[in-house]
Structure formats: structure tokens, C-alpha cells
Design a protein around this ligand. Structure first.
Ligand code: CDP
Ligand code: MG
Length: 703
């Protein structure tokens, strides 16, 4: 370990931390930030007065880094060194170094706003700019004032603009840890290839045949293209004449791999063998694989993007940023001089790539975040004024407010309701937590828990289901299992039926295999359901499990509960198109995703109304996971839509002056414009922008 760059700066780092409450540490990927800082602070004795927390935006990183640290300290994982990710806590009384996802730390702060159990909080991988880390930065800024004497905050990053973060934290010190990076020769393709997958394949084979030893790291966009490339590479490597070149191992690396598969990349390769690691952007900065000499960069990344005006998520394959391209190239120069093959011409890098990736907060649905901020109950919290490193658009904040109002989490004046408070305690998105609460009233909590758990699976439960039905039918050797079909009500009911059936088979793993369900995913669901049920237990009515003949009633109750949770996610069938039109604030023409079990009746008609779990644009907009509902259940919800007034929701104009001192939970009218793009600027847009900017600067100046 001693040769990791960061360890050589141990004294300097400890000294700076001793003197300052917040320190920013910038060091190249692989310099030892994630694995060494916590151990240094532990050696220095910081763990005597509390736990040392290290946040990670990615679950995989929390698990793998804590495993590594436990190994280095020669302790069993889960004792002195542990990790906590959503639905999985591997810590104990003994834990002094705790790796946790940023989301878990946010949740902990709900029950313990001062986070008193921690003596040090390290916000690691801050350059990833995950939504949760961004919010944590805002919270740390407050917390530091409250606990200045006994809390240390470290912000670490591989690429982050240290100055900007330092300004955010009242000019805290920034330590740059110089890492040694060998020169990397960057090679571009003359043109953009027609298929980056094919191009990656050819480049990888050329390296394998021609180049001296050294592992190859290939950046793809997601599980799908990783699996394809791994398969093709395997075929090609096998077709090589025996003895013509060294052996090869091909390893996938992405977030939904089982843990034992993920750690394989950290095992040293056998002698005279080249490793090909086919990875997502996870290998850019959060996981460092040693031994890489060659990098192949597709130039793309898969990114989730939320559009607040349509309420639609899109999962797009987009061009990476310059920062990402540089990070990828840097992976080749850790152990010696390396080569990076960029599968795009240099003019793309220079002219088309944006400088840095857009922070997640500016491309996410913020309903969960706004609810969280409201439930913190900080006396002076004002959502639009919340101190973000980069503020989200007011469109997305308004979208979040409307959704929260519709599902009864906030009052029409913007204050949080008791329902909202309970919702915030559940580790689920607002729509699902609202459904659980409603289901509890209707006496179908048990069923709703199963559905919520099934929808929370981190991996795909039905490996075959993502295929179009037609393709599945053509798949001859794949015997289609007979799974329940949702009784005509759609995917939520199907998920429930599958879970119940598994329960009837005593949660037999073989049953899952026989039915082509992903075993690990299903076991995870079972565990999630148990945890959710424990949280809900206080409220759960004692009821007998629904017997067979009551199923239909239960489905009805459950569908009613779903209507309430998904109040903002209703769609009405269009007679002409037999497609749907989403209702509420945003009107979209959409189709039910082909993977859905919702079937048209004999006349080819779908149900008149559905609620949906997700509206996502792939090749076109689709409703993912839909459930048939009745108009009479929908009507009262729709009437709420008519009444909603976002201005009031945002608490501005009608706030009595006397309340000002208390600081409203929501911004005034003026503030709403500040962050907004001036959509309503019908007179002179330019002067409005200027006016908004001025107000913004004036307000900043006042702080
Ligand atoms: O966080 P940063 O990128 O600065 O580096 P790190 O994750 O602390 O990694 C430091 C070293 O530990 C690298 O050489 C990694 O390859 C190694 N490491 C490992 O072998 N296994 C892990 N699970 C994590 C890190
Ligand atoms: Mg790291």
C-alpha cells in the first residue's frame, strides 16, 4: 500500500484535516483516496470519537472498496470495516470504518439530523456529481456549523473543480495529490465507425495479436453491449490458432453483476495471459483495475435523463464528456506507458464533446429529493433557495412539487403532510411509498409490499422479458415458462402473482430457475420485502393472508391503492390509436411497452385507463409496468389536478408577511423565476433574464 501516491502525503493530509473542518482532496483515480484515507484517519485516532463514514455514489463501489479495506486491515468484512447500501447493511457494533452509498447517508440523517455517530464524513467520488452527493454537500455545509468541534468533512474527487467546491465551503483548503501517470499514446479513428461494437471487437483483436503483454480495458455503454462484445470476443479468441498468441480471459464489469463476478477483476491474472475487461463507465473512476495497458474507448455512455415537461425518462446512449474521455485514457497509464484507442475522430473530441458531464441533479426527477428536503424540518430550509453546488431547473422542482401535492405528501400551501413524513421514511420512490400507505388503509399491504419489492429489484428478474414478444416466440430452444399473466390487469398484478406463487413453492430456488426468473434478483426481492415490511409493521393491520377466493378483491384494492400512489402517472386510452395519452400536466401519446403482460381483449382493445410505473423513451415513448384501473377511482384524483396552483404550491404570493421570519418552506414568486428559464417572457426576454440574474446576484451577495 505504501507506494500508493496518497500514502506519501499522509502527514500533510492529517495535518490539514486537523486544522480545518472541511478539506477537498483531489487525486487521480487509483491514487488511493477511497481505500487509504479512511485508514489514515483511523490510525490517527479519529475513529475513537465516532465512526468514519465514506460515501460512494455506486453500490458496487461501496461493497468492493470496503471488502478491500477489510482485507488490508486483516479483519472480517462487517466487523471493524463494513458497508451499508440500500436494503443491505453489513456493519456491526464494532464497525469503525463504514462505506455507504450517499443515499443511505441521506436516509440516516432523517432520523439523526446531526449524524452524531460519525466523527468523519468523507464524500468520495464527488466528481461523479450524483444527485445524492450534491445534496449531501449542501447538508454538510450546514452540519459543519452545528458540529464544528467534532466533525471533519472530506470531499474527494478525481477531476472535480476544486476551486468551485472550495468556494462553496467558505474557501476550505484543497489538497492536490500528484499521482504518477505514465504517458498514454492516444489514437483516433479517421471516421466514426458504423458500429462501435464491431470496431471495439476489431481493435481488441488487433491488440491481442500484435501487442506485447498488458490488459485491455474496453468501455462500452451497458450490460447489453457488454454481453454481446464478451461473447464475440470469446468466439474470436477461440478461433485463433493454438499457440499463435498468449491466452486470454474476457471479463465483464458492470453494476448488475453478482458480487463474486465483480471481484474477479481484482484477482491477478494467470501467467502469460491477457485480460480483456469489458466495462461500463464504472471503471472510469470508481473501480480501478490494475494491469491495464490498453484502453478502447467507444466514446459513449448510457445516461438517464428526465424531462420535467413531459414527465418522461429517457435512457440515451450519449457522447461522453472530455473529462470522461480523459479519465478513460488515463486508465492505460497507471503501471507504465499505455495506449488509448478512441473509436472516434479527434475532431469529435475537440468540437463535439462537452467539457464535463451534466450533474445528475440537473437531469433527474426530483420528487424524492424535494420530499426529503421538506422532511428534514430545518427551520430555514427553502427548496428553491437550498444551497446547491449547481441548482436544478425550476421546471424540475415544480414538477416535483406538483407530484408531491397530487400524492398528498404536501399541502396546497407547500407544507409537508403527515403522510409525506411517513413516506420519506420509506426507502422507496414517492409513488411506491404512497401506494404502500394507501394499501395499508385498504387492508392489502401485504400485496403492495410484494409489488413494491418486485419493482425495487436492482436487476432484471425476467432475463427474457425485455425481448419483444415476437422475438421470444422465435426463440425455439428457449422453453417459455408458464408464469401468471396478471389476470388481465397488467404488470403489477403479475408481479404480485409471481411472488405469491414463489411463496407457495416455499421460496424454492429451483422453482425460479424452472421459470426462468433470475434467482439472485428474486432472493433480493424477498429480502427487500422483509425489510419494507419491518418498516411498515407499526402500521400494518393484522390480517390473514388473502386466500384464493379473495384474490380478485385484493387485486381491486391493490389497483385502487396504486391509483393513489401513481396519481401523477395516469394514462387514458385513445379510441383511435389504441395507444394511450398520459393525463395530468403533461400530455403525451404513448404505447404500452411490448414486454408488458397487459393484453388487448378480443376486440383488440386495451383497458380505458392505466397507471404506469415509468414513462421511458427508448426508440419511442413507452409506458413501462402498467396496471389497469377504473375511471371512478381516477375521477377524484383528476379533480385534484384541476385545483392545483403551482404558485400557491410554491408558497409564494399568498404567504402572509408575518410568516416571513419563519421562512417559508417554499420560495416566493421572485425566486421561482431566478432559476427558471424565462418561459413566460412574452415581452422582452433579454431584459427579463437580466433582471432575474440581477436578483440572483443580489441575493447571493446578501448571504
Ligand atoms: O479511490 P482511488 O481511485 O484514488 O483509489 P483506490 O480505489 O483507493 O485504489 C487504490 C488501489 O487499490 C488501486 O491500485 C486499486 O487497484 C486497488 N484496489 C483493489 O485492488 N481492490 C479494490 N476493491 C479496490 C482498490
Ligand atoms: Mg475512489
Amino acid at each position: 500500500m505504501a507506494n500508493l501516491p496518497i500514502v506519501q502525503f499522509e502527514d500533510k493530509i492529517l495535518d490539514t484535516v486537523e486544522k480545518h473542518p472541511v478539506v477537498v482532496i483531489i487525486g487521480q483515480t487509483g491514487s488511493g483516496k477511497s481505500t487509504q484515507l479512511s485508514q489514515m484517519l483511523h490510525r490517527k485516532g479519529y475513529s475513537k470519537s465516532g465512526i468514519i463514514a465514506v460515501t460512494q455514489p455506486r453500490r458496487v463501489a461501496a461493497v468492493s472498496v470496503s471488502r478491500r479495506v477489510a482485507q488490508e486491515m486483516d479483519v472480517p468484512l462487517g466487523e471493524e470495516v463494513g458497508y451499508a447500501i440500500r436494503f443491505e447493511d453489513r456493519t456491526s457494533e464494532k464497525t469503525t470504518i463504514k462505506y455507504l452509498t450517499d443515499g443511505v447517508l441521506l436516509r440516516e440523517s432523517l432520523s439523526n439530523p446531526e449524524l452524531n455517530q460519525y466523527s468523519v464524513i468523507i464524500l468520495d467520488e464527488a466528481h461523479e456529481r450524483s444527485l445524492n452527493t450534491d445534496i449531501l454537500m449542501g447538508l454538510m455545509k450546514r452540519l459543519i456549523k452545528l458540529r464544528s468541534s467534532n466533525l471533519k468533512v472530506l470531499i474527494t474527487s478525481a477531476t472535480l473543480d476544486g476551486e468551485k467546491v472550495s468556494r462553496f465551503f467558505s474557501n476550505c483548503p484543497v489538497l492536490n495529490v500528484p499521482g504518477k501517470l505514465f504517458p498514454v499514446n492516444i489514437l483516433y479513428t479517421p471516421e466514426k465507425p458504423l458500429s462501435y461494437l464491431e470496431s471495439a471487437l476489431e481493435t481488441a483483436m488487433a491488440i491481442h495479436v500484435k501487442e506485447a503483454k498488458g490488459d485491455v480495458l474496453i468501455f462500452m455503454t451497458g450490460q447489453d453491449d457488454i454481453e454481446k462484445l464478451v461473447k464475440k470476443l470469446e468466439e474470436r479468441v477461440q478461433s485463433l490458432e493454438e499457440g499463435s498468441c498468449m491466452d486470454a480471459i474476457i471479463l465483464p464489469l458492470h453494476g448488475s453483476l453478482p458480487p463474486q463476478m465483480q471481484v474477479r477483476v481484482f484477482n491477478p491474472p494467470p501467467e502469460n495471459c491477457r485480460r480483456f475487461i469489458v466495462a461500463t463507465n464504472i471503471a472510469e473512476t470508481s473501480l480501478t483495475v490494475d494491469g491495464v495497458v490498453f484502453v478502447i474507448d467507444s466514446g459513449y455512455v448510457k445516461q438517464r435523463q428526465y424531462n420535467p415537461s413531459s414527465g418522461m425518462y429517457s435512457l440515451d446512449i450519449v457522447q461522453i464528456s472530455k473529462v470522461q474521455a480523459d479519465q478513460r485514457a488515463g486508465r492505460a497509464g497507471r503501471t507504465g506507458p499505455g495506449k488509448c484507442h478512441r473509436l472516434y475522430p479527434s475532431r469529435y473530441y475537440n468540437e463535439e464533446f462537452i467539457d464535463a458531464t451534466i450533474p445528475e441533479i440537473q437531469r433527474s426527477s426530483l420528487a424524492g429529493t424535494v420530499l426529503y428536503l421538506k422532511s428534514l424540518d430545518l427551520p430555514d430550509i427553502d427548496i428553491l433557495k437550498f444551497d446547491f453546488l449547481d441548482p436544478p431547473s425550476s421546471d424540475s422542482l415544480e414538477d416535483a412539487l406538483k407530484q408531491l401535492y397530487l400524492i398528498d405528501a404536501i399541502e396546497d400551501d407547500g407544507t409537508i403532510t403527515s403522510i409525506g413524513r411517513t413516506m420519506a421514511e420509506l426507502p422507496l420512490e414517492p409513488s411506491l411509498s404512497r401506494t404502500l400507505l394507501e394499501a395499508n388503509n385498504y387492508g392489502c399491504l401485504s400485496q403492495a409490499l410484494s409489488v413494491a419489492a418486485m419493482l425495487s429489484a436492482e436487476t432484471s428478474l425476467f432475463p427474457g422479458k425485455s425481448k419483444k414478444r415476437k422475438d421470444r416466440d422465435q426463440d425455439h430452444d428457449h422453453h417459455d415458462p408458464v408464469l401468471p399473466n396478471g389476470s388481465g390487469f397488467g404488470d403489477h398484478i403479475q408481479l404480485l402473482q409471481i411472488y405469491d406463487l414463489w411463496d407457495e413453492h416455499d421460496f424454492d430456488v429451483k422453482w425460479c430457475k424452472d421459470n426462468n426468473l433470475q434467482v439472485r434478483g428474486m432472493l433480493f426481492v424477498k429480502d427487500v420485502r422483509k425489510q419494507l415490511s419491518q418498516i411498515m409493521q407499526k402500521m400494518e393491520r393484522k390480517e390473514r393472508r388473502g386466500r384464493k377466493e379473495r384474490d380478485f378483491d385484493l387485486y381491486t384494492k391493490l389497483r385502487k391503492a396504486l391509483c393513489v400512489g401513481y396519481a401523477n402517472q395516469l394514462a387514458e386510452r385513445m379510441i383511435r390509436h389504441n395507444g394511450y395519452k398520459t393525463m395530468g400536466f403533461k400530455s403525451q401519446l404513448v404505447q404500452v411497452h411490448p414486454s408488458s403482460v397487459l393484453e388487448a381483449d378480443e376486440e383488440g382493445m386495451f383497458p380505458n385507463y392505466v397507471v404506469y410505473h415509468e414513462l421511458i423513451a427508448t426508440t419511442r415513448p413507452f409506458l413501462r409496468n402498467v396496471c389497469a384501473v377504473e375511471m371512478e377511482w381516477v375521477r377524484p384524483i383528476l379533480s385534484k389536478l384541476e385545483k392545483v396552483d403551482v404558485k400557491k404550491l410554491s408558497g409564494g404570493s399568498h404567504q402572509p408577511a408575518a410568516e416571513e421570519a419563519k421562512e417559508s418552506l417554499l420560495p416566493g414568486k421572485d425566486e421561482a423565476i431566478i432559476i427558471a428559464k424565462p418561459a413566460a417572457a412574452d415581452d422582452d426576454p433579454q431584459s427579463r433574464i437580466q433582471a432575474a440574474k440581477d436578483r440572483f446576484l443580489a441575493r447571493k451577495g446578501k448571504k
